[in-house]
Design a protein around this ligand. Structure first.
Ligand code: DAT
Ligand code: MG
Length: 146
């Protein structure tokens, strides 16, 4: 089953919007496969954002992302990578439509509240960075118990 890595960034955690992000993925019909509150190290974030290392905003991004705990999640379901990013909205919240998470809750690209993997390959890489195999629920087993 397709999986994606979704993160509520420090501003989202601080503002009490973890439940709101979870709710939107749940109500869309995706399944939560892992959930973790972590204070990320700069090393882990540098690996997570390694493609952006030469961007002018990288230092600011690191400072923002290490400013508090984040909540990482793995969501699974049909088309969850692409549709997950639709639920988040555009990178720049001012370009995000109302009804999306960024469109509804933020205005600043430097505080855009959430992260979502941009491809199936990125998702698998990011899930491997933030979670161990043991953190992930095997949904088939759960289904068999119902
Ligand atoms: P996304 O998070 O939508 O995948 P990205 O991967 O291009 O966007 O960038 C990662 C994060 O870096 C983004 O969520 C916020 C920050 N960022 C991107 N472009 C920026 C910019 N022009 N100024 C400041 N921060 C930026
Ligand atoms: Mg990205």
């Amino acid at each position: 089953m397709e999986r994606t890595y979704i993160m509520v960034k420090p501003d989202g955690v601080e503002r009490g919007l973890v439940g709101e992000v979870i709710k939107r993925f749940e109500q869309k019909g995706y399944k939560l496969a892992a959930l973790k509150l972590v204070q990320p190290t700069e090393q882990l974030l540098a690996e997570h954002y390694k493609d952006l290392a030469d961007k002018p905003f990288f230092r600011g991004l690191m400072a923002y992302m290490t400013s508090g705990p984040v909540v990482g999640m793995v969501w699974e379901g049909k088309g969850v990578v692409k549709t997950g990013r639709v639920l988040l909205g555009e990178t720049n919240p001012l370009a995000s439509l109302p009804g999306t998470i960024r469109g509804d809750f933020c205005v600043d690209v430097g505080k855009n509240l959430c992260h979502g993997s941009d491809s199936v390959e990125s998702a698998e890489r990011e899930i491997g960075l933030w979670f161990t195999e043991d953190d992930l629920v095997e949904y088939l087993q759960l289904k068999n118990r119902l």
